[in-house]
Design a protein around this ligand. Structure first.
Ligand code: SF4
Length: 245
C-alpha cells in the first residue's frame, strides 16, 4: 500500500471523497476517544478566521487518496476508537455518505465537524454519526459578516435543528475574534442557545496559526473579548460555557 499521507498523482473520480489532509492520531478531536481526523477538501464559506484556508477550494493538486486512507484505517482497528470527518466543510461532498458508512462498518465511531451548510445532506448522514462538533458562527444576522456568504445562516440553523432532533451527541462551538464576533454578538448567540435549550457551549478564541486574513491578523490583539464579566453574562443564559484555547 502506498503512503496515504502523501498526495496522490491520481485524479479522483467525482464519486470519491476529496481529502486534503489526515491527522493519524489525536486525543482532542473526539470526546474521550482516540481518533484519526480526515480533512475533507472544499468549503462554500469564506470565514476570515479560517485556519485551514487551503481546504476551502473544492479542487486541489494535493489531494490524498481516500481508498488508500480507508485501507490504512483497516490497520488501525483496535488502536483507534473513532474517525472524525472535518474540513473544509465535509458535507459539501456527495461522496461523504459512502465514506462514512464504510468507516462506520469498519467498527469506528464516527465524528463530524460541520458548520451545517448542507442540511439535506447532513440529514442522510445522521444515522451513521456518533458525535458532531457543530460550528455555530454567529446569530442569524451576524452570519454573513463571518462567512462572507449571504443566507449562510439558513442552512446552519436548519442543520442545528436537525441535529437537535436526531438524538446524536453534539457540541456547539463558536470561534471568537472581536472583529467578527463582538460581545454583543456573543450575547445574541447565547440567547439563541438558551431558546433552543442548549446548555453547553464552547468558545474558541481566535488562533493566528494558519489564518491568512491580514486584517484579522493585524487586529489579533483585539481578538480576545472574553473577559469575566462577559462570560458571567453568557453563563446566565447557557449554564456551561467553556473557553477552549
Ligand atoms: S466554514 Fe470552516 S473551513 Fe469553511 S471557511 Fe469557515 S472556518 Fe474555514
Amino acid at each position: 500500500m502506498n503512503n496515504p499521507f502523501v498526495p496522490s498523482p491520481k485524479v479522483p473520480q467525482p464519486s470519491v471523497l476529496r481529502v486534503g489532509g489526515v491527522v493519524p492520531f489525536t486525543a482532542t478531536d473526539y470526546p474521550n476517544a482516540l481518533a484519526a481526523v480526515v480533512f475533507c477538501q472544499g468549503c462554500p464559506w469564506r470565514c476570515g478566521y479560517c485556519h485551514n484556508p487551503h481546504l476551502i477550494p473544492s479542487k486541489s493538486k494535493q489531494l490524498l487518496d481516500w481508498p488508500e486512507i480507508s485501507q490504512w484505517l483497516e490497520t488501525r482497528r483496535g488502536l483507534l476508537d473513532a474517525v472524525v470527518f472535518s474540513g473544509g466543510e465535509p458535507t459539501a461532498q456527495p461522496a461523504l455518505l459512502e465514506a462514512i458508512a464504510a468507516t462506520h462498518a469498519q467498527g469506528f465511531r464516527i465524528g463530524l465537524h460541520t458548520g451545517g451548510a448542507y442540511p439535506r445532506r447532513l440529514k442522510t448522514l445522521l444515522p451513521h454519526l456518533d458525535w458532531i462538533g457543530f460550528d455555530l458562527k454567529a446569530s442569524a444576522s451576524g452570519y454573513v459578516h463571518v462567512t462572507g456568504v449571504t443566507d449562510s445562516e439558513r442552512g446552519a440553523f436548519e442543520s442545528l435543528t436537525l441535529i437537535q432532533r436526531s438524538g446524536v451527541r453534539f457540541e456547539v462551538r463558536t470561534t471568537v475574534h472581536g472583529a467578527l464576533t463582538s460581545p454583543e454578538e456573543l450575547r445574541a448567540v447565547a440567547a439563541i442557545l438558551e431558546e433552543r435549550g442548549i446548555t453547553h457551549w464552547v468558545l474558541q478564541p481566535f488562533r493566528s496559526q494558519g489564518c491568512d486574513n491580514k486584517a484579522l491578523l493585524a487586529h489579533a490583539d483585539k481578538a480576545v473579548v472574553l473577559d469575566e464579566a462577559l462570560l458571567r453574562a453568557l453563563r446566565e443564559r447557557v449554564p456551561q460555557v467553556d473557553v477552549r484555547y
